[in-house]
Design a protein around this ligand. Sequence first.
Ligand SMILES: *Cc1c(COP(=O)(O)O)cnc(C)c1O
Length: 372
Amino acid sequence: MEEKGRKIMVTRSSMPELQEYMDEIKDIWESRHLTNMGPKHQRLEEELALYLGVPCVSLFSSGHSALEFLISALGLKGEVITTPFTFVSTVHAIVRNGLQPVFCDVDPESYTMDPDKLEKLITKRTSAILPVHVYGSICDLERMDDIATRHNLRLIYDAAHAFGVRVKGKGIGSFGHASIFSFHATKVFHTIEGGAVTTSDRSLKEKLFCLRDFGISGPGAIDYVGGNGKMNEFQAAMGLCNLRHIDGEMEKRRKSVMKYRHHLSGIPGVQLLKEQPGVETNYAYFPVLIHKEIFGKSRDEVCDSLMSADIFPRKYFCPLVSDLGCYQGKFDSRNTPIARGIAERVLCLPLYAGLEEEDVDRICRIILNGKE
Ligand SMILES: *Cc1c(COP(=O)(O)O)cnc(C)c1O
C-alpha cells in the first residue's frame, strides 16, 4: 500500500480484489465483445434496476453524458430551473443542449432547491425543473412534483450523489420523470467512469438506447441525431464487482459518519446536515458549515489547519456554479444568497470506506483545537 506519507484525501475509490476483477473480465477476453451493450452491460443494467428499485436503467459512459443525453431525449426548450449549489456538470448539461439555466436558491437546512422560491422563477419559457439531491440530501420530492405537475413541466433529478438512497422504502431514482446517477470513481458506487438514467418511461429508455449509440435504431436505421455515450464492458465489469460489495462499503462509511457526528454535533458554529425522516441515506459525503461568527475560526482557517496536517478536505461547491469563470457576468449570485452563504462556509470532510476511526478522531481534534 503506497499512501504517500499517509495523506488523507477527501475520498478514495472503492475497489474489488484484483483477482475478482480479473475473473469478471475473463469472458470479455474470450468473446472479444468489448463494448456496444454486451453481456456485462446487460447484466449491470438488470442488477442496478433491482438494487436501485427502479423500472428502467440506461447505462452511459459518464453521469454527465447521461444528463446531456437525457435532456436531449426529452426535447426540452427555453429555460431549465436548477440550483447553483451543485457540481458544474448539472449546469453544463443544460447549456450544452442550447438551453438557458435559471438558478433557484436552496433551502438552508437541506441545501437543495427551495420550493418556496421555485414557483416565481417559472415563466412561459420554462420547460423543466432540474433539482439536485446534493450530498445525497433529498429534495422536497412532494412539492417538486406538485409544482411540476401544476405547471406542466418536466421534473428530472440530478441524483449523482444519491446512489442507493431510499425514501420510505422507494428508490430515489423512481421519483420525477427521470433521474441521473454518476458512477465516477469518486462516487459511492462506481464503474471507473460511468453513469445512468433511471426512469419508468419505457419509451424514454428506448430513445436513450438509440441516442447514446449515434441514434442507431436498427440495422441501417438511424432515426435520431445521437452521439456516443456508451459504457463499455470493462466499466460494466467493474460495476458488477463493486455492486457485490456496496452494502459493506456503505456500512463502513456509516461508522465514520457516526463518529464524525459524535465529535461535531452540538458544537456551536459547526452546522451538520440534518438527518431526514424516512430517508435511508448512503453516507456519500460529510459536509460541515463553519459559521465563523459563532465558531471563532473561518472555514478557510479550518481547511488550512487540516491541510497542514496532510488532510485534504474539499470546498464542494465553492464557488457557486453561477460564479465560475465560464458563467461569470451572466448571472448574479446575490439572487441566491442562501446558496452563496453555504458555498462560503462549506467544507466536505474526508469520507470513504477505508477511513480509519482514529483518522476521524484526529480530523475532528484538528477542527476543534486547530492542531493535533
Ligand atoms: C459527479 C457529478 C456529475 C457528473 O458525473 P460524472 O460521472 O463525473 O460525469 C453530475 N452532477 C453531480 C452533482 C455530480 O457530483
